[in-house]
Design a protein around this ligand. Structure first.
Ligand SMILES: [Zn+2]
Length: 292
């Protein structure tokens, strides 16, 4: 008997929707029907095309197995993927006529099926997303990122059911450039106030996660602070001349007439660099941050 079972899980190619409306038992197509069980009504031995397990019972149990309906006296299939489930669910006719008490019952049972379906797919989504975190080493903090939530809700509520998230290359090229343009556009609103209100240049030394020595440059103005750049100082000696040159470059980039003051910490090299800048641009003040 087992040789008569052929495995095929092709959900999408199996039938069109008008055909499935006529067939009251469309899910038989996704199992291989074996022997009829004698004296058992509509009970057969059957083998699931998805998991390959041999089961027995009527169409109700086939449906429960494939659609993940709990409490129907049969184990639910653990090989039916979310995509398959959605298609299988669509195949199953849900012809409900309004009016008769019989149909109220029918509708109620359909709700239960749909609840079970929703619960199963929710569980599968949750597992899938959690695995992405565990296998990718993603910090759990990412769940607090508003774009984490919105990316899923937008994808789930959009009509593009075939949507695929961007891959490695798209993320580091086209999309990165596009987002940089977007940020530049947003910052333009802040930059426009620099001429009229003036700015402070704030700078401090820092190390990035790879322990590279960085000097970062922030621009503070009435509209708010803005990160301008971080300079990798690997292999450089961060003496007074190096820092003075760096700050002068930033001042020229912004336009020295727009700069009111520069703020650095009170380290001796920064102090002298500040004095050098004050000498070069008499209208700009150097202000040290207080030592903690
Ligand atoms: Zn199965």
């Amino acid at each position: 008997m087992s040789s008569s079972y052929s495995a095929s899980c092709n959900v999408s190619g199996s039938s069109n929707s008008s055909e499935s409306m006529k067939d009251p038992y469309p899910l038989w197509k996704f199992v291989v029907k074996g022997d009829k069980i004698s004296g058992g009504g509509g009970n057969y031995n059957w083998k699931c095309n998805f998991c390959g397990e041999v089961k027995n019972g009527s169409y109700t149990r086939v449906k429960a197995h494939l659609l993940g309906e709990q409490g129907k006296g049969i184990q639910v299939c653990n090989k039916v993927k979310i995509d398959d489930l959605a298609k299988l669910r669509k195949l199953h006719p849900t012809s409900v006529r309004l009016g008769s008490s019989d149909n109220v019952k029918k509708r109620k049972s359909n709700n239960t099926i749909s609840d079970a379906f929703n619960m199963k797919s929710r569980d599968q989504f949750d597992s899938e997303i959690s695995r992405m975190f565990y296998t990718g080493g993603l910090p759990f903090n990412l769940t607090r990122n508003p774009y984490y939530v919105s990316s899923y809700t937008i994808a789930a509520n959009s009509n593009h059911s075939g949507y695929k998230p961007p891959g490695y290359n798209k993320l580091r090229t086209t999309l990165l450039c596009k987002e940089k343009e977007n940020v530049d556009r947003l910052l333009q609103l802040i930059k426009e106030t620099w001429k009229t209100k003036g700015v402070s240049i704030v700078s401090d030394g820092w190390s990035d996660p790879q322990r590279r020595p960085l000097i970062n440059i922030m621009i503070a103005s009435k509209k708010g602070p803005m990160f301008m750049k971080a300079i990798d100082c690997s292999g450089e000696i961060k003496d007074k001349d190096f820092i003075a040159t760096l700050l002068s470059e930033v001042i020229d980039e912004i336009g020295d007439q727009n700069v009111v003051q520069i703020i650095t910490d009170n380290a001796s090299n920064c102090k002298v660099a500040g004095e050098l800048v004050e000498g070069r641009y008499p209208h700009i003040y150097w202000t040290p941050t207080l030592k903690q």
